[in-house]
Write a protein of this length. Structure first.
Length: 823
């Protein structure tokens, strides 16, 4: 199963509705008050801008811009200033003040252990407060304690738990009195306090204070403090305990640009990608894919292991305070747990550990497609490169294999095919149980099926009208009310009278499927073993409030003659991917073990028409390395084409690492499955695999044979991968047989491309809405002619319906409008 994510990184800055968006930590959060402070500097450029967001994004893309000022002219328009820092001048330091200086924090929120007198109260301990003198009543320009010991404190009550990421102090403005060293305490109830320790400190942190009256001394807090009450505890002082202070936060994290596009595609990389349509650049929060060009809604790596990663290059050292993730929008695939790595040079990375963790931090990931799961980083990190690593076992991730809905949602399954044990009323009928159905106001149809009786004998049934391969099921609750099924069983049958209860591979009792926890989240389950049936029933076992649900059934895209070759025969699987335990000699190598391979004779060098082992025992094998974990649903074998040698019985082995293998057993078998093999040279003998195999390496182990161990083979899947010769968009046309006797769909090419590759041919079809299939014919090793076919044109110029052409040779050119009748 593959790792897949949509990601957003968060930076410390002001929210988008505020006037500043800054790119450097030192400039990140200027004071935002009614008397708006602008950074010291000058305007680089002024122009009209549609919105504050577009103003900010354009600043991010200009190397010289360090801040913006956006001023509204109308509801949808304003003026945007780009500012650049002037030489010799500084901007206000630090993140967003919490309100000591501005007065947002009121006098009643500031208290102290003691005060020298009423003129030296804690409310005077505000940053930059300058007091008052006669003729007005004297007010000290700072708080002054009554006692000179280390038990004194100045406290701020933030009213609610807030994130505090920094503190700034000054001495008294009107006297030479200041605190030179201090500690911090924090708490949530005003009674119990913790002493602050910086990340890595084994004892209480002592902060350097002030050396004069007015210089502001600022300290970042790492880890940050999440608390309601914050206390400053003076440890040492000059002359007297007197001080002013400000606390800082960045209460609303600001996205760094994965979603907005401020982070460019070139900055997003990955360990591997499944194909170009599932690239790293698709891993943007809320990205929903695109049709033209075809891009899927998330990143999927090409390899299924815990060494995969998604990386963002922020292009400069940046303060990162949080991360948000989603699953893939267009399919039930998501990462449930991950780690973070970070570094400065793109070569050396450190694994992130939360404050207090002694081992690597595991972040909980997602449970569905679109819910955003956000995590604060404490300690925050200053980095250029951020990586996400998958860390769950492979079977704890959702598969990249894409099932095809059978038609509950689309309507391909008609209302008459959906029945139930009972219905509450006509507005809650069985036909309402379609995935994503939201009801209808005109007809008063409700958004789900509800039975008339509330017990475990109720069922919802779908009649598929013919025996169909069913590989998965998805459920939702009722859209318009808090009603859903939390657990259910499945039954299936062929005649509508007799039903069997579904059991997963390895289960000795009926399988209970986990259902829903809310109205609309789709919960999907693979069926392994898959089932070949006409009737499928869902039996609710437990529910919330009452039984109500919506469902979809899924199948695997199939060709006119079965699943898609992976493909040994056409050469997509290369020589280097095929190996064997032994070979008779170099002319009988494993690369000859391809279905329909016919070898070569004089005057060319002899090449055997099949693999032949050197030894005649049951330890021999022919192996295919699929390079990535793939779902294998079938196998076909032949004997040698040029001699009476074939394997009559064989077993299968499979594995992920090339070292450890499992022996295949069909569902229900208590011992290793023995597959019947061949009885002549060329007849293809095909077997479905149920349960299917999800593996990288597949081995055929001959058990019995005629004359000699000699064979040819093909593996089959239901994956449409870009490297296969056929790519199509409709299940009914999806996987024609790819052989030398190439079957072509009814229709003809609307476009022909010369000097194409097999891969580019498939991708061109995916990107053209008219294309339902391709025909690719090699004329050099790496080049050929690519035809894009549509299904809309069924007549030749003479008006005769086109038929499948079973005689069109894979390597020949021919007119796509001229065909022969099928035999």
């Amino acid at each position: 199963m593959n790792f897949l994510l949509c990601v957003q990184l968060i930076v410390l800055s002001v929210v988008a509705s505020q006037a500043f968006l800054c790119k450097e930590a030192s400039l990140s959060c200027p004071v935002i008050t009614r008397n708006h402070r602008r950074l010291k500097g000058f305007t680089l450029k002024t122009f009209h801008s549609a919105s504050l967001i577009s103003c900010s994004l354009q600043c991010q893309r200009k190397p010289r811009c360090i801040s913006t000022n956006f001023r509204k002219i109308s509801k949808t328009e304003g003026t945007c200033d780009f500012s650049v820092q002037n030489a010799g001048e500084e901007s206000p330091k630090g993140p967003v003040p919490l309100g000591m200086e501005s007065g947002v924090i009121t006098d009643s929120q500031i208290s102290a252990s003691s005060v020298y007198d009423n003129a030296h109260g804690p409310q005077n301990g505000r940053s930059h407060f300058k007091g008052a003198k006669a003729p007005l009543a004297f007010v000290s320009a700072g708080w002054a304690a009554d006692l000179l010991n280390t038990n004194q404190w100045l406290q701020v009550d933030l009213r609610n738990t807030a994130r505090v990421i920094g503190i700034a102090t000054q001495g008294r403005h009107d006297y030479d009195q200041w605190v030179t060293k201090y500690k911090l305490q924090y708490g949530d109830d005003g009674q119990t306090y913790s002493i602050y320790r910086r990340n890595g400190d084994t004892s209480d942190t002592i902060f350097p204070g002030n050396t004069d009256r007015d210089t502001v001394v600022y300290h970042d807090l790492n880890p940050v403090i999440d608390a309601r009450f914050v206390r400053v505890l003076p440890m040492e002082w000059f002359e007297f305990i007197g001080m002013r202070m400000e606390l800082y936060s960045c209460q609303t994290p600001v996205p760094l640009g994965m979603e907005s596009g401020a982070i460019f595609d070139s900055q997003i990389t990955a360990s591997s990608v499944y194909n170009d349509n599932l690239a790293a650049s698709n891993a943007r929060l809320h990205f929903k894919g695109s049709e033209n060009p075809l891009r899927r809604a998330g990143w999927v790596p090409g390899v299924k292991n815990t060494n995969q990663w998604l990386q963002v290059d922020l292009q400069q050292t940046t303060r990162v305070i949080g991360i948000a993730t989603q699953g893939r929008h267009d399919f039930d695939q998501w990462v449930t747990e991950y780690k973070l790595q970070y570094g400065d040079d793109g070569q050396t990375f450190r694994v992130y550990k939360r404050n207090g963790d002694t081992s690597d931090t595991f972040f909980p990931g997602n449970k569905d497609r679109d819910t955003v799961v956000y995590h604060d980083l404490n300690p925050l990190i200053y980095v250029r490169y951020v990586r996400l690593d998958r860390e769950k076992k492979p079977n704890e991730f959702f598969s990249v294999w894409s099932p095809v809905p059978l038609g509950m949602e689309s309507g391909a399954i008609f209302d008459s095919q959906i029945t139930a044990s009972s219905v509450y009323n006509d507005n809650l009928a069985a036909s309402n149980a379609r995935l994503h159905f939201k009801g209808s106001e005109n007809s008063l149809r409700r958004a789900g099926w509800v039975p008339g009786v509330k017990n475990t004998n109720q069922w919802l049934q779908v009649d598929l009208q013919q025996t169909t391969r069913v590989i998965g099921i998805a459920t939702q609750g009722r859209h318009d009310f808090d009603q859903w099924v939390t657990e259910y069983k499945l039954q299936y049958g062929d005649d509508g009278q007799t039903f069997r209860v579904y059991k997963r591979n390895g289960d000795t009792s009926d399988t209970f499927f986990l259902g829903n926890k809310d109205r609309d989240t789709v919960v999907y389950h693979d069926l392994n073993p898959l089932i070949y049936v006409r009737y499928v029933r869902v039996l609710p076992m437990e529910w919330k409030r009452t039984i109500s649900m919506r469902i979809e059934l899924y199948s695997c895209e199939e060709s006119p003659k079965g699943p898609v070759p992976l493909v040994m025969e056409s050469g997509v699987i290369t020589y280097s991917q095929i190996s064997a335990s032994s070979v008779y000699d170099n002319t009988h190598g494993p690369q000859n073990g391809r279905l329909h391979f016919k070898g070569a004779k004089a005057p060319l060098a002899f090449v055997s028409a099949g693999w032949a082992a050197d030894l005649l025992n049951t330890n021999q094998w022919l192996q295919v390395d699929l390079r990535n974990t793939a779902r294998v649903i079938g196998i076909a074998t032949q004997g040698r084409h040029d001699y009476d040698q074939w394997v009559t019985k064989y077993k299968l082995q499979y594995g992920d690492d090339g070292q450890t293998y499992s022996i295949y057993r069909r569902n229900g078998d208590t011992s290793d499955t023995i597959f019947p093999g061949n009885t002549d040279r060329d007849t293809v003998v095909y077997h479905d695999l149920n349960p299917v195999i999800d593996a990288r390496f597949v081995r055929v182990l001959p058990m019995e044979w005629l004359e000699f161990i000699g064979m040819r083979m093909e593996l089959y899947s239901c994956q449409i991968v870009a490297s296969q010769a056929l790519v199509s968009k409709e299940a009914s046309l999806s996987c024609p047989v790819i052989t030398y006797n190439h079957r072509r769909l009814k229709g003809f090419a609307f476009k022909t491309i010369h000097f194409a590759s097999l891969i580019s041919c498939g991708l061109l079809c995916q990107r053209d809405p008219r294309c339902v299939s391709t025909n690719f014919r090699n004329f050099f090793k790496s080049e050929g002619t690519c035809e894009l076919n549509d299904r809309g044109v069924l007549l030749t110029e003479k008006g005769n319906e086109l038929e499948y052409d079973e005689e069109a040779i894979y390597t020949q050119f021919y007119d796509t409008k001229v065909t022969k009748k099928s035999r």
